[in-house]
Design a protein. Structure first.
Length: 76
């Protein structure tokens, strides 16, 4: 699921691919509160899963975001 999240960040949110790695923090890749809202909407539109922005804000790294998305996808 990490690659899917990375693809969304690069293609839709214009994050530099070189900046994205599992241990990178949300701040290091530019995911501020507004970007997190956009990411939540993209996850719903692309994957059909609901991940709330406040849940994404509780994550620390890109890897944490990918794990949360994987858990949500498995539950759907």
């Amino acid at each position: 699921m990490y690659e899917v999240v990375k693809d969304i960040l690069v293609r839709s949110m214009r994050v530099r691919a070189d900046d994205i790695r599992p241990a990178a923090t949300r701040e290091e890749v530019g995911l501020d509160s507004l970007a997190v809202v956009e990411l939540a909407e993209l996850l719903d539109a692309r994957l059909g899963i609901v991940v709330h922005d406040w849940e994404l804000l509780d994550t620390v790294t890109v890897g944490d975001v990918a794990r949360l998305v994987a858990e949500r996808k498995a539950a759907s």
